[in-house]
Design a protein around this ligand. Structure first.
Ligand code: PMV
Length: 356
């Protein structure tokens, strides 16, 4: 059983008349005061390779998780799952909560101010979908706890605490999910930056990017797909190095295309990236079929996003007509989808909106 289905008794994983994989949870459905937020994300280029040191490009979604911490015995409640964990509980969620609480104490600033609280979190994205839901949850919980204690951490400090949570779910995370959960925006991330350089750099897109995000209807385990790629590295190290270098090229080409707004070239990079990921065995027949169909409907490029093995794909579309055609085709396949727009506004802020 995968992580999301274990934690999602009223789940976001399996389509149901009440809650389908991609329907966001609105504030009205699940009212909770908020003093912490974490963004979900889509990886545009470079997932999996980023674990092995290649840069990747990702964009935060406005959907993610929000949380509120208040006086009370340390416990974490997650809605709409209706799951509650306390300290020392031997489930992945319990272990992640414990790891986060411990890391908050260890990683300054002001360890004397760190207290433990009752936290209520609401998730707005499905788990095990490649959209960074677990990192969004961790980021929201950390921020809520810090807000309750009046603690302000810098980005690197927050990132290292959030990673303690994420390691429980993903084993060997590159850090891209937690970084984007905390930063939002359109970014380039590298796991091991050169001395003096930063792991995370904001990117400005030359044109607005319109993406259709489609859910394959299957949940994927990032821990398993990351382990599969690690096995490949161990069994065919030389081929693996060549493949990593192909990833490096495609991310560099995609970044260039993105900066100057060459959408056709960026779309071609999506396709190349999907082929490389499929070669590592992290795609599925369902994701391949969705990507092929999206391309046939005029998408400029399409690829799986995130961990794969199920979860979501993204298609780059040119305009309203392209968006409608791809979404209609995915609906005909019985797949749910939403559109998200990523790009730069005048003030340099990132404009993100999702339409279900
Ligand atoms: O499946 P997600 O949303 O957790 O994304 C995982 C991204 C990977 O590159 C596959 C793993 C990682 O830690 O970078």
């Amino acid at each position: 059983m995968n992580q999301a289905s274990r934690f999602a008794p009223r789940g976001l994983c399996a389509p149901s008349p009440r809650q389908s994989p991609l329907s966001p949870v609105s504030q009205r459905d699940s009212p909770v005061l908020v003093n912490g937020h974490g963004s979900g994300k889509v990886i545009l280029l470079g997932e999996h390779a980023v674990v092995h040191g290649v840069p990747a490009i990702a964009a935060g979604l406005s959907l993610g998780a929000r949380a509120h911490a208040a006086e009370g015995a340390p416990a974490l409640r997650i809605e709409p799952w209706g799951v509650r964990v306390e300290r020392g509980q031997a489930t992945p969620l319990g272990a992640a909560f414990d790891a986060l609480l411990a890391a908050r104490r260890l990683e300054g600033p002001e360890p004397g101010r760190v207290r433990e609280h009752a936290v209520e979190a609401v998730i707005e994205l499905p788990g095990s979908a490649g959209l960074g839901s677990s990192a969004a949850r961790g980021g929201a919980v950390l921020r809520a706890l810090d807000a309750a204690d009046g603690i302000v951490r810098d980005f690197d400090g927050s990132q290292s605490v959030a990673l303690a949570w994420e390691r429980v779910f993903h084993g060997n995370p590159s850090g891209i999910d937690t970084a984007v959960a905390l930063s939002g925006g359109l970014v380039r991330f590298v796991r091991h930056p050169a001395p003096g350089a930063r792991a995370l750099a904001p990117l400005a897109a030359g044109r607005l990017l319109r993406l259709v995000v489609g859910h394959s209807g299957q949940s994927g385990s990032t821990k398993e797909t990351v382990a599969r790629v690690a096995d490949r590295k161990a069994s065919v190290p030389e081929a693996f190095e060549r493949e990593l270098s192909a990833f490096r090229d495609v991310v560099a080409d995609g970044e260039r295309a993105l900066r100057v707004g060459e959408l056709d070239a960026l779309g071609a990079c999506f396709d190349r990236c999907h082929t490389l990921l499929a070669g590592w065995g992290v795609s599925t027949d369902g994701l391949d079929a969705m990507c092929e169909r999206a391309r046939r409907e005029g998408a400029l490029g399409a690829k799986l996003t995130g961990g794969g093995g199920g979860g979501c794909m993204i298609a780059l579309v040119r305009d309203d007509a392209g968006d409608a055609a791809v979404r209609r085709a995915l609906a005909e396949m019985g797949r749910e989808a939403f559109e998200t727009t990523i790009g730069e506004t005048k003030g340099g802020e990132i404009d993100r909106r999702e339409t279900p």
